[in-house]
Write a protein that binds this ligand. Sequence first.
Ligand code: PLP
Length: 361
Amino acid sequence: MEANRVYNFNPGPATLPLEVLKETQAELLNFSGSGMSIMEISHRSKEYDAVHNKAKADIKELMGLGDDYDVLFIQGGASLQFAMVPMNFAINGKKGNYVLSGSFASKAYKEAEIQGVGTVAASSKENDFRNVPKQGDLKIDPNAAYLHICYNNTIYGTEYHYIPDTNGIPLIADMSSDMLSRPLDFNKFSFIYAGAQKNLGPAGVTIVVARKSFIENSPENLPTMLRYNTYSKKNSLYNTPPAFCIYMVGKVAAWLKKQGGLSVLAERNAKKAALLYDAIDNSNGFYKGHAEKDSRSFMNVTFRLPTEELEAKFIAEAKEHKLCGVKGHRSVGGLRASIYNAMPYEGVKCLTDFMEQFRTA
Ligand code: PLP
């Protein structure tokens, strides 16, 4: 580990690849020979234009998507997408159909409900959100404008291990905490969004990847900045974009390409997750995972200890070992280790070694 750094298991903002941070540091005062930092350059300059367009192209390349898809950069976090999605798509009497698999999935539904256009296709709330609903449990409204799912449930530590078959209804996914962590058939999705601050870069930009035909006709009565076609028509440059965030997202995408792309990342992420889940499963019940096995997340591993006192002790002692950010979300309690793309295997190994040491002390 780099001197003065820690292993950062925070759920977001989260750890970034060290190479990316170093590169950013080196370029900070003089970006591309301009004598200015990227934060000081005009968003209409050719230097910025190259950064912006390369970030978009690299994201699409990593996802294996073609010209029928566009990448948009929007502010307001994933939370603004909860509201914009029904505004733009649940129109002409059609409703948005939601799968409730955790807190953020429920928050997305709530925004549709506020607009009077939300319906529920399935929920795992009765099971404390320990699983994501299975295909057979989805009661998809055949007249829905879309089916909305949250692909990885950051707080509960569950993730889809399948892509729902919607029978032709456009599929929309919040991938805030697992975007670009593994290859999927992204062509099956009409619209994907993610707040950048977990796997993709700093907080401040939300990445939308959408089928062009799905976003080209936004309702005319929506304010300009709340219409997707404002972003698609203007290459996300209608107003001043969060240039530094997009620059960082571009660096992360380039780093992912350098690693070998999403299949390499998926393999690494699966190995890290297996190490951690094995430590839980082989602890004679000392550590108890929250998620059901077939819904376990590759990104956020949630578990409990026998008592809250032991959990507090674990968190404090882990910090002394430079293992930070392992406290679970207040709504679930316990522990959560977020092991996004930038978390090295060695970081997870340090954590599992510490878990064993703590358990047997
Ligand atoms: N969706 C998921 C899956 C998340 O994990 C989060 C944040 O943690 C959000 C949405 C909310 O994102 P933001 O804070 O960017 O609005």
